[in-house]
Design a protein around this ligand. Structure first.
Ligand code: NAD
Ligand code: MG
Length: 399
């Protein structure tokens, strides 16, 4: 994209949001903030709005608005404070905005991400749950509106970098020519070597202690169960129009190789770097150019060796459930994601044992498979099934 980018950072107080603001601040000549949004931590949102000079902020409720205004320093020029999820989608589609960082966690981020695609923005997509719930709808919107779609998830950003793209970032309808398969790397999370029998009493703090990446709590739990890698397989299927049987997962505990593309001639291209999300974020912001990101050089001699191993589907049942959902279709993918969001929230609040997360997902998938017929023609249908799954999963004793 040539010219100055005016960016809406949706989910600005989160891990990806903070990293995005860090990169933007390094390039005042070409990047600026148009809007910010957060669901909680209004004091932090106010600090960010002062620092970036955001014209608009979006908060979830009137109460949050009052807290934001109470935290606002009298001397600074106040931004336009908008309330609610419809305002999020409006901001994402606003003509004042060129670029949207979709960094809200969960399916809650879907309507705004879709609005950004439908209005032809440059969309930096971190919110993988949006693609899992509505991949076909989202990719069609990118295509129809001529939006630019840059994957921010480190694996997909790596794959994008290793694929031929001719300087364009859109929505492919078929796998790139000459590509045999995509290889997603996974760290294996904090429980890679644990005996599954010892996981019953795992605490949220243990599950969130990721060995390599510093991330929000939901994705950290997803990394421990490897449901995160399952969501990423589904994400890769949509982003790169790749069938499930040509997407492979490999455990790579050092998280230095961010993912790989295998070609028909036997070549394998990989993208390497430090595990720091500012690299994929700056790639998305600068595309097709490279921007300074604040990430230091990768010293491979410090690592000495890089390890790779096959994932154990019995140890990580969530990975198996994800492949099953992808093969079963969109309703199953919506179910997988929504049931997982409910189960992970219950686990983080101490209401559900860690080992019950795959059980809740599995029960929800069985329930969904037994439903007579589900029409998924548009966003409303997707959100209606998402709500129904949450109700079912909640009734299992997780809410
Ligand atoms: P986080 O929990 O740190 O931040 C989430 C942000 O979304 C916060 O600003 C929060 O206020 C906002 N939010 C939460 N619930 C909301 C709701 N219902 N409505 C509106 N806003 C809401 O999460 P994160 O780690 O930054 O992850 C964000 C997204 O990026 C997720 O989809 C995650 O899977 C993806 N992602 C994150 C990383 C990472 O390194 N953190 C890497 C790859 C992909
Ligand atoms: Mg990832």
């Amino acid at each position: 994209m040539t010219g100055f980018q005016r960016i809406a950072v949706l989910g600005s107080t989160g891990s990806i949001g903070e990293s995005t603001l860090d990169v933007i601040a390094r390039h005042p000549d070409r990047l600026g903030v148009y809007a910010l949004s957060a669901y909680s931590r209004m004091e932090r949102l106010a600090e960010q709005a002062v620092a970036t000079g955001a014209a608009v902020v979006v908060v979830p409720s009137d109460d949050a608005r009052a807290r934001f205004l109470a935290a606002w320093p009298a001397a600074a020029r106040q931004p336009d404070v908008r309330v609610g999820s419809e305002a999020l989608a409006e901001v994402a589609a606003a003509p004042e905005c060129t670029t949207v960082m979709a960094a809200i966690v969960g399916a809650a981020g879907l309507p705004a991400a879709l609005a950004a695609a439908r209005s032809g923005k440059r969309v930096l997509l971190a919110n993988k749950e949006a693609l899992v719930a509505a991949g076909a709808l989202f990719m069609a919107a990118v295509r129809d509106a001529g939006a630019e779609l840059l994957p921010i998830d480190s694996e997909h950003n790596a794959i994008f970098q290793c694929l031929p793209h001719g300087g364009r970032a859109g929505a492919p309808q078929a796998p790139a020519r000459g590509v045999r398969k995509l290889i997603l790397t996974a760290s294996g999370g904090p429980f890679r070597r644990h005996d599954p029998a010892d996981l019953e009493n795992v605490t949220p703090e243990q599950a969130c202690a990721h060995p390599n990446w510093s991330m929000g709590r939901k994705i950290s739990v997803d990394s421990a169960t490897m449901l995160n890698k399952g969501l990423e397989v589904i994400e890769a299927h949509w982003l790169f129009a790749m069938p499930a049987d040509r997407i492979e997962v490999v455990i790579h505990p050092q998280s230095v190789v961010h993912s790989m593309v295998e070609y028909d001639d036997g070549s394998v291209l990989a993208q390497l770097g430090q595990p720091d999300m500012r690299t994929p974020i700056s790639y998305g912001l600068g595309f097709p150019e490279r921007l300074e990101s604040g990430v230091g050089p990768l010293d491979l001699t410090r690592w000495g060796r890089l390890d790779f191993e096959k994932p154990d589907f019995e140890r990580f049942p969530c990975l198996d459930l994800s492949f099953q959902a992808l093969r079963a279709g969109q309703a199953a993918c919506i179910t997988l994601n929504a049931a997982n969001e409910v189960a992970v929230a219950a686990f983080l609040e101490g209401r559900l044992p860690y080992t019950w997360i795959p059980r809740v997902i599995s029960a929800a998938l069985e329930w969904q498979a037994g439903l007579s017929s589900v029409t998924l023609a548009g966003l409303d249908d997707v959100l209606a099934l998402d709500v129904a799954v949450r109700r079912f999963a909640g009734d299992l004793g997780t809410a």
